[in-house]
Design a binder for this molecule. Structure first.
Ligand code: AMP
Length: 275
């Protein structure tokens, strides 16, 4: 695996790859979920590029940017073993040199759910991915369904601005007890970790109630009862898979989405309901 930390050298390394090229952007602290994206990338391309960049733009002023888990040596070893060809690992000044001021706003979808709770989050995500796509110029962008709203937001960016890239969404990789793998799981205390799978269980309960014909109100109540009393619920809802608009009755393709706080750690999860 070859590594570059600046834009010009990474472009050169990528140009030398046999096409087509797939790109897996990450913030590092890699787990098996990230590596399942690399496996999926291999199915769609001959060259694989990954990035590790903890993007300061997508963290609010009171959020965990400084504390976000970082494990560069572990990430390097995992990506090399997984068969990544080129790793792009810039620091913040390589991506945002002095004077950088452009942001990309994809509109209302970025301001609901995660975007309502984390006001500038998606502007940061969209801006960094817009720049990364220009740097890497991949044929395929590989994203995880774990961050369902992020996939919808980035698909809209790609549609609206006409990036010539195919998007592949990879199903959520889970621990044996159902908890979605996440770099932030490392922050959970043993008690919170034991309680955390109730978020997934609540979403399963909600999805099954909806599929059994229950109203959204009843399905949400079912989910509420399953979520541990030790968690603080941010939201449970049903949304259109493409637009992320709230659905009052189930109309697939849709996501059942949920977010809850286990102590200071916010966890997100969702289930896909195909049509
Ligand atoms: P992150 O490093 O958290 O920004 O995630 C980088 C990419 O990995 C995003 O496309 C995520 O959606 C994806 N990802 C994170 N966790 C999982 C998971 N448990 N299963 C599948 N993809 C994931």
């Amino acid at each position: 695996m070859q590594v570059a930390t600046a834009i010009a050298p990474v472009r050169e390394l990528i140009r030398a790859l046999p096409g087509p090229v797939a790109f897996v952007p990450t913030m590092g602290a890699l787990h098996d979920g990230h590596l399942s994206l690399v496996d999926a990338a291999r199915e769609h391309a001959t060259g694989i590029v990954a990035s590790v960049f903890v993007n300061p733009l997508q963290f609010g002023p009171t959020e965990d940017y400084a504390k976000y888990p970082r494990d560069y040596d572990g990430d390097f070893a995992k990506l090399a073993a997984a068969g990544v060809d080129v790793l792009f690992a810039p620091d913040a000044t390589a991506m945002y040199p002095t004077g950088f001021s452009t942001t990309v706003d994809i509109g209302p979808m970025a301001h609901v759910f995660e975007g309502e709770i984390r006001k500038t989050h998606f502007a940061g995500v969209v801006t960094v991915v817009a720049k990364l796509l220009n740097i890497v110029q991949p044929d395929v962008l590989v994203l995880g369904q774990k961050d369902a709203q992020q996939t919808a937001v980035l698909r809209k960016l790609i549609r609206d601005l006409g990036y010539p890239v195919d998007v592949q969404i990879v199903p959520t990789s889970r621990e044996p007890d159902g908890l979605a793998r996440s770099s932030r799981n490392a922050f959970l205390t043993p008690e919170q970790r034991a309680a955390a799978p109730t978020l997934y269980a609540a979403l399963v309960g909600m999805r099954d109630a909806l599929l059994a014909g229950k109203s959204k109100y009843d399905a949400t109540e079912t989910a509420d009862k399953i979520l541990t009393e030790h968690a603080l619920l941010d939201y449970f809802d049903i949304v259109d898979a493409d637009t992320f608009e709230v659905l009052e009755t189930l109309r697939p393709p849709a996501f059942v989405i949920g977010a809850a706080r286990f102590g200071p750690t916010r966890l997100l999860d969702n289930l896909w309901i195909p049509d």
